[in-house]
Design a protein around this ligand. Structure first.
Ligand SMILES: [Zn+2]
Length: 276
């Protein structure tokens, strides 16, 4: 596939469905098909590939998403910088519904997901990945984070700068005990999709930044019935318009070229396979 987009957005159809000129491109990968086609469009003069994380019909639960195929497909389209909005629960009472938090740290509590391209399994072309250990101390691209923060402030939506996103396996929500434990660790928000996206992006040398929209207070931080899927959808729907505005502004604020440490994640290592 020839290069067709410089920036990737992993998020639902609410982000691209109204763009005037969208081209749908089907991409296959050595890891199987991604969640859906790539939808290519232009925002602020930048070429963007949208990938609906759960599929356009939202048929893939978080633990069934082919995260490796998604990141590989974006890179094979030419993408080097990724913005990844997602819905989360707030772990502190002050992070109520409608809060926009741009995390700077991540805790992985997923259980069944493949976390690496370098797992010893040969690719269909016969190439053999080597054992590779990428640095992940700072899981998010600082340029992407700053673009998201500036974009939100520009739209008068004061964001929370930094915090820890805890990613759980799902698809169920947390128990009260789990939620209280997550909060007691000092973690900020909890979601189901931000990982292993982040580390797979790192392994491919992609910039990756999360933008989390709080749709509910998690079970330990509120006193009612606990989180409901209906409530999450309602709050997301109420905020998707302004999240899209911030996302598009952030696209325009990303560096013209990837010029940070993210692209050097494999320096000095031989991955054994050819990245797309
Ligand atoms: Zn970066």
């Amino acid at each position: 596939m020839t290069a067709q987009a410089e920036i990737g957005v992993i998020g639902g159809s609410g982000f691209y469905s109204f763009l005037d000129d969208v081209t749908e491109v089907t991409v296959d990968t050595p890891y199987g098909p991604p969640s859906d086609s790539l939808f290519l469009g232009e925002i602020s003069g930048r070429s963007v590939a949208f990938l609906p994380r759960h599929g356009r019909k939202h048929h893939l639960p978080p633990h069934r998403i082919n995260y490796r195929a998604n990141l590989w497909a974006l890179r094979s389209a030419g993408v080097r910088q990724v913005l990844a909005p997602c819905a989360v629960g707030g772990l502190r009472p002050e992070y109520g519904p409608g809060t926009l938090l741009v995390p700077d740290q991540l805790v992985d509590r997923t259980k069944t997901r493949v976390q690496s391209f370098f797992d010893g399994e040969p690719l269909p072309d016969g190439s053999q990945p080597n054992v590779v250990h990428c640095g992940f101390a700072d899981p998010y691209c600082e340029h992407g984070r700053q673009a998201a923060l500036s974009a939100a402030r520009g739209r008068a939506w004061e964001p929370v700068d930094g915090g820890t996103l805890c990613v759980v396996e799902g698809p169920r929500f947390s128990t009260r005990a789990e939620s209280r434990w997550h909060a007691a660790q000092g973690w900020s928000v909890v979601g189901m999709t931000g990982h292993p996206e982040a580390v797979l992006a790192r392994e491919l040398g992609l910039c990756y930044a999360s933008m989390t929209l709080v749709t509910d207070l998690d079970a330990g931080a509120e006193t009612g019935e606990g989180v409901s899927h209906e409530e999450v959808l309602r709050v997301f729907g109420e905020n998707v318009g302004r999240l899209r505005e911030v996302l598009f502004d952030a696209v325009g604020l990303l560096p013209a070229e990837q010029d940070c440490v993210c692209g050097r994640s494999l320096d000095g290592m031989d991955p054994g396979i050819k990245l797309p």
